[in-house]
Every structure is written in structure tokens, then in C-alpha cells.
Write a protein that binds this ligand. Structure first.
Ligand SMILES: [Zn+2]
Length: 341
């Protein structure tokens, strides 16, 4: 395998620091060398950190809920370019690890060899990225559905056995930062503990499918005013279409029964030529079904369908009187004929 040259800064001690601003309901994520992050957190030289970003609260947990396929060295550039801060951190940490082993005296066996596929690096990548292979979202949702007051009680020790550091500074009041150098789970737990204490829970919006923070765990809600407007539009469309379905199905059924009963009466009265009515009834059924399909597909309005059905009822009436008239005429002409000798 060729040596890889991803376009990623090589760091010596890359960490991710995370703090919550309760007043603003935001969270701050910094990624870079620990010493530079501490300087940036104090408000000094933020340019030397790779990431220093303030986002709405819950954003980092949402980043960690994105699942990806097992990470390989060839994906580092894509991970680093992603807006997902969790992926960005993975890329930086894997690259740091790779560079620290590349040509290392401690590992002469891998010197100038296929470091990218060496077992120690694969093991490191697997442990680092475990979070995004765990289906964190379903673990969170399950916890929230079981015990909505303290969903973290659902998390077992395999999820809790990571560790992280804290540091503090006083910029505008004392701020607490949690710092992870490999395992991001403690940062997720730190954020979840704050959110649950504040009665905020993760839900997936059933309109736009976005993961967002809601104030209830188990009552489905929508993420934004825009999605609420879309939901109202969809509800109205559904209501109208049900109403339309009921109307045209009823129209069809009524007209069908009208023709069917007329045919029954013709047969009962012993009409000789009821077959011509039967034939017209058959044509009516075929036309009506085609038009019903058109209403369903939106090619014909329910109102036009209703108008057509009324004309068909008149047609049935006319046919019946025509048949009965012809019949009485033929009986009359037979009775007027002189009896054969
Ligand atoms: Zn939405």
C-alpha cells in the first residue's frame, strides 16, 4: 500500500473540549492541541485551534448519532472535511496515531511498512469509532422510552466505562470544560446528563426526519414551525382525499344499484327485450370504472364524475321506458291482428 497523504494537520496531543452555556442554550466545541484549546477558552489566540464553534445545545450528541461504515485510512480526508465534529475528531486522532507510529523506534517491525493496515492501528480505530457503530440513537431512544425522568439509568457499564478530564476557566463566569482525548462517550454522557436535567429529550421529526431536542420524550412532536405548517397541509390533503373517496365511491355504488334494480324489474315484468338494457348496463359499468380510476388519479374531478352519473341515470330511465313502450306496442299490434282462421 502506498503511503497515505491526507490533507489533515498532524497534531501531537489532539483533544476535544466541550462546554455548555446554559443561559444561551448553546454548546461550545473546541478541537486541537490541549494547550492551545486552554488558551482559546480563555479568549487568547483562538486561531491556533482547529475547531472553535458554538452551536445550539444537543448538536454534538446529534453528530455522534450519525452511523457510518467501519472507518479506513482512505476515508480520513472525507471525515476531516465533514461538518460532523465527531467525524472531524476521528480523522485528526487517527492521523495523529498513524504519524506517531510511522517510523517509530518502538515498532521497528512496521517501519516504512504497511502501517495503515497494521493491527494496532485497526484496533485503535475500532475503539475510537465504536460510538458511531453502536447505534447511539436507538440506545438514547430506548432509555427515554423506559424511564423518561432519568433515561441515563438505562445505560449499562459498557457504555459508562470511559473517562475524561475537566478543566475550568473564568472568562465571563466560571466555565467547565470536559476534555476527551480518544473516547467521546463521556462527552455524550456529560451532555445528556445536562439535557435530561433540563427536561429535554431527543426525538426524530416525522416530517423532515431530523433528530432534534423536544420537551417531551414520548409524545411525538415536530421540530419547527415549518414542519408544523407542512403537517397541517398534509392533514388537509388527507382529509380532502378521504372526503373525495367517499363521494365518488358512493356515487358509483348508487348508480350501479340504480341500473341493477331497473334490470331486475325489467326481468320481473317479463320484458322480452331486456337484453338491450343488460348490454347498456355492461357498457355503463365499464365506463364508470374507468372514470372512477380517473377521479382517483386526479384526471377527473369528483364533481364531473357526479354529473356524468346523473346523465347515466336518465339514460337508464329512457332505456326502460323505450323497452316497455316497444313491448306494449308489439302486444297491442298482436291483439289488433285478426285471428287466423
Ligand atoms: Zn422537522
Amino acid at each position: 500500500m502506498d503511503r497515505i497523504h491526507p490533507d489533515i494537520p498532524a497534531l501531537k496531543n489532539c483533544v476535544l473540549a466541550f462546554c455548555i452555556n446554559a443561559k444561551k442554550q448553546t454548546e461550545n466545541v473546541l478541537i486541537g492541541e490541549l494547550q492551545e484549546i486552554r488558551q482559546a477558552a480563555k479568549g487568547l489566540d483562538p486561531a491556533s485551534t482547529i475547531i472553535d464553534i458554538e452551536r445550539p445545545i444537543g448538536s454534538f450528541v446529534i453528530d455522534c448519532c450519525h452511523q457510518i461504515a467501519p472507518v479506513t485510512m482512505n476515508q480520513l480526508n472525507d471525515l476531516y472535511k465533514s461538518d460532523n465534529l465527531c467525524f472531524k475528531f476521528f480523522a485528526l486522532r487517527i492521523w495523529q496515531e498513524y504519524m506517531s507510529y510511522q517510523g517509530s523506534e518502538k515498532h521497528p517491525c512496521i517501519k516504512n511498512q504497511d502501517t495503515a493496515s497494521a493491527p494496532f492501528l485497526n484496533g485503535f480505530i475500532q475503539n475510537l469509532t465504536l460510538l458511531v457503530h453502536l447505534s447511539l440513537e436507538s440506545i438514547i431512544q430506548k432509555g427515554q422510552s423506559v424511564l423518561s425522568d432519568s433515561p441515563l439509568d438505562y445505560f449499562d457499564n459498557t457504555l459508562l466505562n470511559g473517562s475524561a478530564k475537566l478543566f475550568y476557566n473564568n472568562k465571563n463566569g466560571v466555565q467547565e470544560y470536559i476534555v476527551a482525548d480518544a473516547d467521546l462517550m463521556p462527552v455524550v454522557l456529560y451532555s445528556l446528563r445536562y439535557l435530561y436535567g433540563n427536561h429535554q429529550y431527543f426525538q426524530r421529526c416525522k416530517i423532515c426526519n431530523r433528530l432534534f431536542l423536544a420537551h417531551t420524550a414520548n409524545i411525538p412532536t415536530l421540530c419547527s414551525d415549518e414542519c408544523r405548517r407542512t403537517q397541517r397541509r398534509l392533514n388537509k390533503r388527507k382529509y380532502d382525499s378521504i372526503k373525495k373517496d367517499i363521494w365518488y365511491e358512493k356515487d358509483y355504488k348508487n348508480s350501479y344499484m340504480y341500473w341493477y334494480n331497473k334490470l331486475g324489474k325489467l326481468k320481473k315484468t317479463g320484458a322480452v327485450n331486456y337484453q338491450s338494457f343488460e348490454k347498456a348496463f355492461h357498457i355503463f359499468c365499464m365506463d364508470a370504472r374507468a372514470k372512477k380510476r380517473a377521479v382517483k388519479n386526479g384526471g377527473l374531478s369528483a364533481l364531473s364524475f357526479n354529473d356524468w352519473m346523473i346523465t347515466q341515470k336518465t339514460k337508464a330511465d329512457q332505456l326502460v321506458s323505450q323497452i316497455l313502450e316497444e313491448q306494449s306496442r308489439s302486444i297491442g299490434s298482436k291483439s289488433n291482428r285478426p285471428a287466423e282462421q
